[in-house]
Design a protein around this ligand. Structure first.
Ligand code: FAD
Length: 320
């Protein structure tokens, strides 16, 4: 038996979360003494395909069908199921993402597989097949068991080490037969609101709260974000007040982010906001109130006035 990894890309660029999933798969393959392959759907360059090998995959199946570029869920599920069969796999690894979740749910039915999402460690090596996963937006861990032969594991972002020293993967074209229903519902065009980095995918996020006083001061958040190559976010009251667009609202009722670095400026750290940022690897909080609850969740904190700290921080980062 072997392992196959469903690898996502954005307009041809392989997603970092998928490389993490591939790294996890390669560690799992080593643990179990089996082989791990990847499957990529849609238009992707040979270089990008081969780069998946750095995360430890020997071979990548490429389904080069531009109809698959838009992430049509049913079609992706059918194509991945065929790659799974072709690889003779019993385990599918993917990155926890909105597309990954949707595809995994369909594949769990199609492959009669057990599915565990938000996985943070390799399965147990003795006894039952149990896997540690993150629950309650990262506040606790649970051990979950799969009793089926086929298994699907969704790897949590930023939770497993990224392997970067593997050799380029060999690319194998894969033809799949997609049913008529595969494209019954499909995206026909995408209008991007802007060219900014999408929040859920961003590796760095700079977020502002009510402490920024008003939309006229957002240039300070944007300047820091630009210097860091970050996306911008905000707290709920900020978007509710129309200072920022709703798609930037981070938290329990907004976007859940999982960047390597989350910088929170003038945000108190209410539990509903933290629910959207708990998966961040490092959190930096800038707040003038040393008692602000956010400091308890922070890796680094700056107690100070955002209007003094932000320009200095931005200048310092630009100077590096
Ligand atoms: P405030 O709580 O007003 O905090 C402002 C902070 O800025 C304070 O800590 C203050 O010390 C600091 N500050 C002020 N001036 C400065 C300065 N000059 N320099 C530095 N710091 C300064 N909120 C979300 O964000 N996301 C959600 O998804 C969400 N969902 C919710 C769902 C429900 C059902 C409910 C009831 C609430 C939800 N909320 C959510 C709201 C949440 O409870 C908080 O009210 C909100 O997060 C507070 O936003 P804030 O931190 O920007 O504002």
């Amino acid at each position: 038996m072997s392992i196959i990894v469903y690898i996502e890309h954005i307009e041809g660029a392989i997603k970092k979360t998928s490389l993490e999933a591939a790294s996890y798969a390669s560690a799992l393959a080593e643990q179990q003494g089996v082989d791990a392959k990847g499957v990529v759907l849609g238009t992707v360059s040979e270089d990008q395909l081969a780069s998946v090998g750095t995360a430890g995959l020997s071979t990548v199946y490429h389904v080069n069908d531009d109809q698959l570029n838009a992430g049509v869920i049913q079609a992706h599920a059918e194509a991945v199921a065929q790659a799974f069969e072709k690889a003779g796999a019993d385990t599918l690894i993917l990155a926890k993402s909105s597309l990954g979740d949707a595809v995994a749910a369909r594949l769990a039915v199609k492959l009669d597989a057990g599915y565990i999402s938000n996985v943070v460690a390799l399965p147990s090596t003795s006894g039952t097949y149990t896997v540690k996963r993150s629950i309650y937006t990262g506040k606790a861990f649970a051990e979950s068991e799969i009793t089926k032969t086929n298994k699907i594991l969704g790897v949590k972002k930023n939770a497993v080490p990224l392997k970067t020293d593997g050799a380029p993967a060999s690319v194998e074209a894969l033809e799949v037969n997609l049913s008529e229903g595969a494209f019954a519902a499909k995206i026909t065009s995408i209008d991007k609101a802007n060219d900014e980095i999408p929040l859920p995918e961003a590796d760095i996020v700079v977020s502002g709260g009510r402490g920024m006083k008003g939309p006229e001061n957002w240039n300070l958040i944007e300047d820091l974000a630009k210097a860091l190559g970050a996306a911008t976010g905000c707290s709920k009251p900020v978007s509710d007040s129309g200072w920022r667009p709703h798609h930037e609202h981070v938290g329990q009722t907004g976007v859940k982010v999982a960047p390597t670095l989350y910088v929170a400026v003038g945000i108190s750290g209410a539990i509903q906001h933290l629910a959207g940022v708990n998966a961040s690897k490092y959190i930096v909080v800038i707040n003038k109130d040393p008692e602000a609850p956010f400091f308890k969740a922070a890796d680094y904190g700056i107690v100070g006035d955002a209007f003094e700290v932000l320009p200095k921080l931005t200048e310092a980062i630009k100077a590096v």
